[in-house]
Structure formats: structure tokens, C-alpha cells
Write a protein that binds this ligand. Structure first.
Ligand code: SF4
Length: 492
């Protein structure tokens, strides 16, 4: 669909197009009003000292006229934010009326809805009032408002990090084969020639980061070894990475190792991971259908998932997470129900239910695989929620991505006492994260103003090998930026 905007702030057109994307899939913004334009959006404003009224007219494929009132912000930044929100809301409301579509997350296009609730609570509102404000502003459904409430209640029961605690991440961006939906920085391991050099550079960065933390009197609150698939490394390489990380492992009671792809899991690797301090692993079926696994390029079977899970239990792992994806090609709600039922029959301590997001960088984007529609995916996600609850698994973190089926969400569920601190810290941006490995992003939460300073490592493996010292220096320099050079928090 081609859309033409005639609005007082051209800088908001991208965000307005995001709202249109929620209703129509991918829209194209026309720079001129041509005959080929499908929809024209006109916005005008009347601004007083304290209030602003926004008038919107839709013409073309949909016809609608609507007005909405909002406040004028006290400073330029707040005013820009309020004004953008008003434009997005009036467009959203007009599109609901024009199309009759119901969107569970309303006009929210941002990836971390819980943050909006926390921001409102930071302004002094209680949980109920903050939820009401967010759900009113963004037109959230009752189910999604309840989901946010449940998640925040679990998170509030978990101790916040002190100013001396950080979460740590070690990235191993290699996998045996590339999943068709993958949009992560992960290379196929191929002949494995890059692994020794990568492991050596990573060990250097881990040791340097441990020294930096000691110098700055910081302790690891959690450690997450992810990727890619860390278990793509050989037993010896895994061992050397975890030995280098020992100072961090000794400081925390939560050490996760992603053993995501069952085709990389062996008894020996699991034993090394366990002996060197992993307390939590992830074994990810994604689906319990071999046909789908083949279609999405996972190169393992359901049988291997079950074997790996039982092996991990036999070796004493008592905190296992399983990742599943709702909305995979060719799958129906009935198939997804079978997947959930089989996964829960294994009694994992945690379950992460993703909604398929087909990003431009994935192979799936190029091949137009047959995907279930938004209503089917919503049924899958709702079923996951109710079955997780029946098994005593509570939602404890949530994030959303662009291009998700049905504009839904990814939710982490866990039994009481098994919520993953690292996942919460990453999503809520309330704890400093020190990240190691190619493409890993360190984030320092400035204690003066809770704003975030970022230091991304280079993504290219060759550049990472050559510039690992520089990555360490940049990480250290982050701490010199406290109180200066801040960037504003993410807006919705
Ligand atoms: S296992 Fe994860 S990181 Fe690896 S290819 Fe699949 S989606 Fe990408």
C-alpha cells in the first residue's frame, strides 16, 4: 500500500508508517501525492499554552475524520514525545474505526512495553495506575494489560542489582547450520577454522573484562554464554572459555549456557559445562515436528531434542529452559498445541515462547514460506500462556520485535524461583551489562540519571580478532562517560 502524509512534522512520518504497518503489513511512503497513492493522511494541529488538538483526515482506500486532545510538553524533548504520541494515537484510532481491526498491543510499536509501565511508576504512580495509563495511552487489550501486570509482579519480587553488580554476556556467534528465520549475527561454523582464533580473542576479552571489573569494584550478578550456539565449540574450546570466565562464574549463582541446538550437544560437553559452573542451560526444540524442523533448516530431529533433554537431566541439570516458536511455516494451532504439550511433558523449569518474526536479513524473508495467519498465531500464543499457567510457569519477561506475526510478543515463563536474572536485566535496561565477543553490546546504566551508554563490539569476526584490545578499551571508557554524553531512553 502506498501512503501520502501531509502533516506538520515530517520527522514523524516513519513512526506514523509503523502504525499503518500494524494494519496493512508493509506500507510505502510516497513523497508526492500521485494517482497511485492508496491512502492520504492529513494532520493539522491547534496548539494552546497547555493543550494541543490534533485533527486527522483519511482519504483514499479508507475515509475517516477524527480529532484528539493532548498536552503540550514542558520542555522541547517532552513536547516532541507527547506530540508524536498524539499523532500516532489519533492515526491508530482512526484506523481501528476505518478497518474494524482489533490489535492486542494497540498502537504500541516499541519492543519493551514493561519499560513504559516502569517509567510511569518512576513518576510516582502505583502499579495499577501505571498500567491504566499505559493501557489507555496505547489502547492495549485487557489480556495484554494483565500479562504486563503478571510480569511486573514477578520482577518486583526479584532483588534489583546494586550499583556494584553487572550482568555479563559472552557471545559465540557460530552455529552448525543457519536457521531460515535467523536474523542474528551468527556464521555457519563450516570447517571450523575460525574457531581457535575466535576462542583465543574471546578469552583475551574475558580476562580483560574480569580485570576491568576488579579495577572498578564490580561483581557479576549473572553470566550468560549465548550466541549463536556456544556448544558448537569443541569440548576443549568450551572448557577454555569457561575457565577464563571463572572469576565471573565464582561471583554469581546464575550462569546460563545456551546449548540451543540439540545437534551440538554431547555428554562430554554437558559435563564440562556443568563442572565449570553452569547452573542453567537452554535446549531449544522450537517445534516438535520433524517436517517443520527440516523446513526451517535446523538440521536436528525431535528425537535429538528428547535425548538431549534426558541427558541433561541425567547429568544433574535442574534448571532447563526450552525455546519454542509460534507461527512457523506450515504449522496450525493444533500442531503448536502438540508442541507445547510435548515440551511441558518434559517438565522444564522455564519455557520461552517466541512469535516468529521474519526479518529482512533472514533467508525466510527471501523465500516467502507459507506462514499461518495472525489469528492462528494469536491462538497459539494464548494457548501457550494458559498451558504454561497450568504447569505452574509464570510469565517473567517479555519483548517484542518488528515483523512479528500478528504484532505479538515473545514471553519467558518460569517456575517460581527460576526466572532468569540475565533476561530480565537485558530487557529492562536497569542493570549494566558487560558483553564480550563479536557483535556483543555493552550497556552502562548511568546511576546519575538511569540513562544508557552503549559500547558495541565490531560484528565482523575478522575485525573482532584484529581489534579485541580496542573493544576492551571502549568498554572501560564507557565508565568515563557517566554523567556526560547520554542518549535519551527508547521512546515508543
Ligand atoms: S540457532 Fe539461533 S543463532 Fe543459530 S542459526 Fe538458528 S536462530 Fe540463528
Amino acid at each position: 500500500m502506498k501512503v501520502y502524509f501531509d502533516t506538520p512534522v515530517p520527522g514523524f512520518h516513519k513512526e506514523l508508517a509503523d502504525i499503518l504497518n500494524l494494519f496493512f503489513g508493509s506500507v510505502q511512503v510516497a513523497t508526492e501525492l500521485l494517482a497511485s497513492v492508496d491512502l492520504k493522511v492529513v494532520i493539522t494541529e491547534t496548539t494552546g499554552n497547555r493543550d494541543r488538538e490534533c485533527h486527522l483526515t483519511l482519504s483514499g482506500r479508507h475515509q475517516m475524520a477524527l480529532s484528539a486532545k493532548g498536552f503540550v510538553g514542558e520542555d522541547a524533548l517532552t513536547d516532541k514525545r507527547l506530540r508524536k504520541r498524539l499523532h500516532k494515537t489519533v492515526l491508530f484510532d482512526a484506523l481501528v474505526l476505518a478497518t474494524g481491526k482489533r490489535l492486542p498491543w494497540g498502537s504500541l510499536t516499541g519492543i519493551r512495553p514493561t519499560r513504559l509501565v516502569y517509567e510511569a511508576m518512576d513518576r510516582g504512580l502505583g502499579l495499577d495506575a501505571a498500567l491504566l495509563e499505559v493501557s489507555d495511552t496505547f489502547r492495549l487489550s485487557e489480556e495484554k494489560t494483565t500479562l504486563l501486570r503478571d510480569i511486573i509482579k514477578v520482577q518486583k519480587g526479584i532483588k534489583q542489582a546494586s550499583d556494584h553488580e553487572v550482568s555479563c554476556y559472552i557471545g559465540i556467534p557460530f552455529c552448525r547450520t543457519r536457521c531460515r528465520y535467523c536474523s542474528f549475527l551468527s556464521s555457519e561454523v563450516g570447517d571450523g577454522k575460525l574457531l581457535p582464533d575466535y576462542t583465543n580473542a574471546l578469552i583475551k576479552e574475558i580476562r580483560g573484562t574480569a580485570a576491568l571489573m576488579k579495577k572498578r569494584n564490580l561483581r557479576a550478578r549473572s553470566l550468560y554464554i549465548g550466541g549463536g550456539t556456544p556448544t558448537t565449540l569443541s569440548v576443549e574450546q568450551l572448557q577454555s572459555v569457561m575457565l577464563a570466565a571463572r572469576p565471573l562464574i565464582e561471583q554469581t549463582s546464575e550462569v546460563t549456557v545456551e546449548a540451543g541446538r540439540p545437534d551440538t550437544i554431547t555428554r562430554e560437553k554437558l559435563a564440562v559445562i556443568r563442572d565449570l559452573g553452569a547452573t542453567r542451560i537452554s535446549i531449544n526444540p522450537q517445534t516438535m515436528f520433524d517436517r517443520t524442523l527440516k523446513m526451517i533448516g535446523r538440521d536436528h530431529t525431535v528425537g535429538q531434542v528428547l535425548e538431549s533433554f534426558h541427558l541433561a537431566r541425567e547429568l544433574g541439570f535442574d534448571h532447563i529452559n526450552m525455546d519454542l516458536i509460534a507461527g512457523l511455516p506450515g504449522e496450525t494451532p493444533g500442531m503448536f498445541e502438540q508442541t507445547i504439550t510435548q515440551a511441558l511433558a518434559l517438565d522444564p523449569e522455564a519455557l520461552t515462547v517466541h512469535t516468529l518474526a521474519v526479518k529482512r536479513s533472514s533467508d525466510m524473508h527471501r523465500y516467502s514460506d507459507p506462514l499461518p495467519d495472525a489469528t492462528a498465531v494469536e491462538q497459539m500464543v494464548d494457548f501457550a500462556r494458559s498451558r504454561a499457567a497450568l504447569h505452574g510457569l509464570q510469565p517473567y519477561y517479555l519483548y517484542r520485535q518488528k515483523h512479528m506475526a500478528g504484532n505479538l510478543e515473545n514471553v519467558g515463563y518460569a517456575k517460581p524461583g527460576f526466572a532468569c536474572l540475565y533476561n530480565i536485566d537485558m530487557m529492562e535496561d536497569r542493570t549494566t551489562v558487560l558483553a564480550m565477543g563479536a557483535g556483543a553490546v555493552s550497556k552502562l546504566v548511568d546511576p546519575n540519571n538511569r540513562r544508557i551508554l552503549r559500547s558495541p563490539n565490531v560484528k565482523d569476526i575478522g575485525h573482532y580478532l584484529a581489534r579485541v584490545d580496542e573493544m576492551l578499551e571502549k568498554k572501560d571508557a564507557l565508565f568515563e562517560g557517566v554523567g556526560k554524553g547520554v542518549r535519551p531512553p527508547e521512546e515508543d
